[in-house]
Write a protein that binds this ligand. Sequence first.
Ligand SMILES: [Zn+2]
Length: 141
Amino acid sequence: MDLKERYYKKIRSQKLRLTKSRQAMIEILENKHLTFKEIQKALANRGFYNVSTIYNNLEFLMEHKMVVEIYIDNVKYYDLALDNPKHSSDSHIHIMNRETHEITEVNSPDIFDFISKHDCFKDFDLDYIRIIVSASKKNSH
Ligand SMILES: [Zn+2]
């Protein structure tokens, strides 16, 4: 099952309404981290113009823990978060490409494990681990 199908299934299984605009929202967020403006633009390209519907759908998807808001360099992005405990509103690692400003995810539980089990945190219950790495691609020759 591809990623968006898992989201559709989750919505249907909870007897919630899988509207065309919700489907479009999930599709445009697949493998992307988008600001509200970028979401608005991508949905407009698909014929969805109603801003309050966009707000409502984002609220809906966040309420059901399918979308999370993340802040990277003080900019708010929306991100899909289903079935990924290491990538939730609480814990995540992202790489911000310095040149393209493209954001990609790092889904490496070992990094979280290494940090959470590190000696310096032994007296703490960790709430979240949020890491943003700014980087540029190496020239491959
Ligand atoms: Zn992400």
